[in-house]
Design a binder for this molecule. Sequence first.
Ligand code: UCC
Ligand code: FAD
Length: 580
Amino acid sequence: PGAEGQAEFSRAGIGGFFQERPMLKNPFLEDALLQGYLRRHLPSEAVYSDLHVFGERLVREVDGWGRECEVTPPRLVTYDPWGCRVDRIVTSPAWQRMKDLSAQEGLVAIGYERSYGEWSRVYQMCKLYLYSPSSGLYTCPLAMTDGAAKVIQSLGVSWPVADAFSRLTSRDPEHFWTSGQWMTERRGGSDVGNGTETVALPQSDGTYRLSGFKWFTSATDADMTLTLARVTDVDGQTTSGSRGLSMFYAAVRDEQGMVQGIEVQRLKDKLGTRQMPTAELLLDGLPAHRLSEEGRGVACIANMLTVSRIHNSVSAVAGMRRVLQLARDYATRRSAFGKLLRDHPLHMQTLARMEVETRGAFLLVMEVCRLIGREETGHASQLETHLLRLLTPVAKLYTGKQAIAVISEGLESFGGQGYIEDTGLPAMLRDAQVLSIWEGTTNVLSLDVLRCVSRSSGLVLQAYFTHTQSLLAAASLPSLSVAVRSVDSALSGLREFLQAAALKPPGFMELAARDLAYSLARIYMGALLIDHASWEGASQSDAYAALRWCEQDLCAVVSKAAIGSYNMKTPPLDAALVYE
Ligand code: UCC
Ligand code: FAD
């Protein structure tokens, strides 16, 4: 400054240092546990190569499209320039590319082609796990599409949905369709049985016309949907409650691509998932076909819930994995107090704890995928069918919460940059927040766990105990014995808790439901980590992860019961505390 001839005020120098950004590398090659899991269970050169190549594609092009979806959110065009009502949802070109890619890569199709028999679901879900954090939330329509295909297949693929099934499971982008899942109405998304006001008016040709208001409909650019409504009788009356609900199939658009019998009221203004349209829909005589028996709508759509809850769990663990991959890369590029972050033991401890969470979640989610694959190919034993029923809500509710916590911690590992919008990091946290809400909230799924226990007369729990014990029995590494003892003792505690609970007044288990579900998750994850670490190809880190996982309180339901948390005196005290 002040050099002769220079203006008194000149542009300030901004310094020469620029922080290197965290780099996304091939997420398949970066994932030791994923590779180990596949080497152990699905050692196929073709699968390895497909995931490797797909991982490259994600880094090279798809991740950028995902970002494009985020910064070019969908918008609703209600009228055309000449005043005609069009209700067109305009999505970004990147969103459309995601649809084509999903078909080409077989992201739904793999689960139905079954080229790898009972392991086809694991293969499909591994691919979705790699894709999810780069997908611009396209995994949401894929989840519902997969769920719809599952429902149609379970009912028997015939008219009027045979064409739809072939489209949902197609690899041809021109032919490929996505599906919606319209359940939630203004009175309730959890309590669908009491919340559904939509009515279905029978037509003389056997079809129906649906009228009602769907309060949340995601990826509403879908081609078709499955939805719930109450059939009216000749007097225009309907049956109330869940027993009055039937499940319907409807094509969303006509040949010209215009919505038919639908008014899009508005798009939701959301915390996250902004890449994807979520609309409020007025159904105004939507033509539809009833697929379920009358009154069996909830039971029939439950297959869709199972599949989309599994997708939710896959997305949860994928989000955790992605933030970790970026965080560990950043730790090799960022210095503080004279050394790289990776050389600060406390920073490494923080990332290691996130890694342990992610590994436990990954193994639990893959276990559910393995089970559904066995069920769909006719290989599942009765025990495995029970396990699938129990572990689906357990995995969804537990990993949804884990993802929010781990990704939040992950953002902090970038310091202030983790809070800066155009790094792309905050969107990860915003998108994670929904994972514990849609597809059943944590509490509602905890109650679903109780439902499946009671409807099976306890057989699902028996299956759980038997299988967890068998995983422990096969673990022979002396270095794992502390972990085995922890899981074993947590299992005994759980068993005693359940025996005692049987004698408690009604209401006790409802208060214990969330802690019970968490306990089931933690114990099972412990057993899976031990099992994986006992495999001959496992690494030392696999064993270390198992030991670390099992250091925590695996069975919180026991300690909480001991301090009277589920005592019938607590509900009024809780309410008084909340409303003081
Ligand atoms: O949120 C949504 C889409 C978001 C986008 C998708 C993203 C996916 C992930 C992508 C990642 C990026 S769609 C809306 C989702 N809505 C829910 O999840 C609803 C939550 N509420 C429940 O789950 C409730 O528990 C209800 C609605 C199922 C409760 O209904 P009911 O009718 O009161 O329950 P009932 O009477 O107990 O069950 C009726 C029948 C029974 O069969 P039967 O009569 O044969 O005994 C139950 O056993 O349904 C059966 N059932 C089930 N079966 C109920 N739940 C299940 C289940 N989970 N599995 C099997
Ligand atoms: P409520 O049922 O009102 O729940 C409010 C609170 O009460 C929750 O914390 C819940 O856990 C708790 N609660 C409820 N019942 C109980 C109980 N018995 N015991 C203890 N606690 C209880 N729905 C669709 O059908 N299709 C979609 O495509 C779709 N997309 C969505 C997209 C986004 C971004 C979001 C946020 C939601 C979407 N939903 C969709 C709706 C979603 O599934 C519901 O919001 C969810 O199931 C919860 O229902 P609700 O909003 O009515 O909450």
